[in-house]
Every structure is written in C-alpha cells, then in structure tokens.
Design a protein. Sequence first.
Length: 466
Amino acid sequence: MSQKNETTVLAVSLLTTLAIMGGGGWWFSKHLGTGNSVNPNPPEKKNLTLPERISFGEKTLITGDTTPEKQAGINAIANRNYNQAIINLESSLRGAPNDPEALIYLNNARIGSAKSYTIVVSAPLHTNKDPALELLRGVAQAQNEINAGDKIQGVFLKVGIASDDDKPEVAKEVATSLVNNPQVLGVVGHFGSDTSIAAGTVYNSGQLVAISPTSTSVQISNSSPYIFRTVPSDFIAARALANYMINTLQKRKAVVFFNSKSNYSQSLKAEFVTSVGLQGGDVSDEFDLSDVNFNAAQSLQQANQQGAEVVMLAANTATLDPALKVIEINQGRLTLLGGDSLYSNKILAEGQAQTVGMVVAAPWHIAGNPQAIFPSQSRNLWKGDVSWRTAMSYDATVALSAALKRNPTRAGVQQALSAPDFTANGASGVVRFLRSGDRNTSVQLVKIVPASPSRSGTGFDFEPVR
C-alpha cells in the first residue's frame, strides 16, 4: 500500500471513530475496551502524590466528568456531612447513572460512621480511564447489592479507590500505603500483569490479599498465597485459541505478533506456541510489535512466504496500534486470532470490516449465558451493557465479601479464599480458587461480526462463538 493510501485510510478511520464516539452512547466509549485496553483519554501531565491517589469519597480521582452535584457530595463527605452527601450524590446519579465513582461514594456516605469492613480497588484512572471505569463498575455494583441486602453479617462494605497509572513502581507505592492501613482488609487489583506482579511482592510481605480481575500472566500463578485472580490465566486462553485453530478451523500453521516488553503479551505468546505445538501444529515465526524497526507489511509478507494460515495477535494495550496495522494490511487473507486486549472498542471502530471473523479469547461475554441474572441487573443499574472487566471485578468483590463473612481479618480472608470449600456466586458463575490462586474456570471465545444495529455503535460487535 502506498504512503498516500495509508494516510487516506488512517484519516478516514480517525474521522469515523470521532463521529461514532460523538454520536454513540456511553457504552461504546466505556465498555468494550485488559489485564490488558487502550485508552483514548490522555494521561494527566502532573505527578500525583500518594494521598492524591487514594480516596474514600473526599475527592474525585476522575478528571473531567464531575457534575456540580457530585462535587457538592464529595465536599460534603470531606466535611463528614453524610446526609447532605447522600442527597447530592443521588441527584448526580440520576443525571449520570453510569458513574461508578459516584455510586461508591454514595454507598460510603450511607455508611457514615457506622461499622464497616474496608476494601480498596486499584485501577489506572489517570492513564487508562475507560477500562479503569469498567473495573469500578463491577466493584460498585457488588458493594451496592451487598449493602442493600444482608451486608456482611450485618456489617457494611466500605470501598476505597486508588489510581496506580498501571505502572509497577506507582502500584508498589499504593500497595505499601494499603498494607500500612490496618482498616484495609482486601484489594481488588491491579490492572496489568506487570503491575500486579510488582504490587504482589508488597502484598505478600504485608500479608494483605489482592484479587486481580484482569491480570492474566502465568507468572502470577503460585506467586504468593495472598495473590488471587478472577480472570482465567493465559494458559487457559491460549489453549482455547489453539484448540479452535487446530480442531475447528482445521488450520495448523500460525505466526504470532506480540510485545516483548509486556509480561502479559510474552505469557500469552509462549502459552499459545506451546499449545499449538502439543496439538501437532506449528508457529513458524514471531514478530515483536514493540520493535522500533517493526514493519507490518514485511512481517505479513514473510508469514505468507512461510505458508502461515493464521495470525495470532498477542498484543497488549501499548501495541494495539501496530496490531491494527497488521489487521489493515492483512485484508482478511489470513485468519485472525487474538488475546483479551483485542476485545476493545478501538479494534471495532478502527479495524471495521477488516476485523470481521477474528476470534478473541475473553473471560466473559454478556450474552454468553442466557440464564444468568447479572446481565439484566447490570443493564438496569448502568443503563447499558458491561464488559468482561466489569464482570471480573464484580466477582473479585463478592469473593472478598464472602471471605469476610467467614473471618473479617486479613489472615481470615486469605484462609477463607484458600479453603477447598470456598465458593461465591459471581457474575460469571461460581467463584472458587485453585491452590495456585488461579480461578477454576474457562474462557469465552467471541467473534467479530457485522451488526445493524450494533450494541457498540460501530456497525460491528463481539458475539459468542457457540
């Protein structure tokens, strides 16, 4: 493709994306987005202090989305005027029902000075805003349901929010602060695998449980008795994709595109290569999307010369743009597979028709189980569909709640989650953990299809592979 044609394609793609995001609903911009999602919102330029990164309602961690009513509610919480805060935050949510931070702060205000058990959700609100909000929605929904119901043996659940930028060093600072706060009995987080691995060393030494809803690297398995996750590991996702390639597609030769600087990406790539090989297939080449000399056209030409039938995109958040270039140049010639980072509105909006038929391994899909009640409950609460990240963070929160019911101490939470008979009813079914800290569950394969109308607003949707 010529430089001129590439420029034209990119310009049209950008204009299309802007038009869709301007006219589409909040669901499109906030819900399709992983351990591992792209964020159209630029990061803040200032460096935040640790106190500026953690809030229980006395300040907002979300820039640009604060209604006057919400700000008034936050001010009221800071002044411990909880009754006024309830009035203000309820008013804000009537106008902006999809704001999970406001719902968490509202429930915290309703607790006031009553007895409560505290957990904190850590997400990259300042750098990966949209997927971070997806995580907060799951935590907020679970807290809302728990406190409106039987609570935790009659005790309220209080939720703090931390913003860690999805950076390992920042996450370690946040984790240290949480470990040093004796009120914190559990953590939902972190977002990316590199971040969870870094923070996990702090939680392990501080003996504080953390449950990640989105970190999938196999390196996390057995890393600590205090680290758990509700998302399936890359071993599960890679095996499902390899099985689909060999047994359903009847294709045996693939190439893999990955990011050598990402633990998640390397993990998914390695597990896929191993699984394909064990089933008699072959991965003929690997291409590093983060290489400064990476050239999508040359890589695909090389793949075709080697007789590749399948392109496996093990891209992470940082390499979705070069992955999209691979999709564009491929023009549908080689079958596309992808990890959960490809489950993103960016892929649908910019990839458009070139993505049709691509199969992605996702932890959950809102239409995956027609008998589940969580999809309708989440739609009623948030006024739109939610993503797998919301479902996984919901599961992490109800798991912590169930553990607190058994023994509301840090040691008690760890012992409860590790117990062979532990279960909790989550959005994606029963939550139980293996000795490794991994969840005993499977993935949902989804395929990109044309849709009119589409839930995403792009003309394309992810639908379960039946």
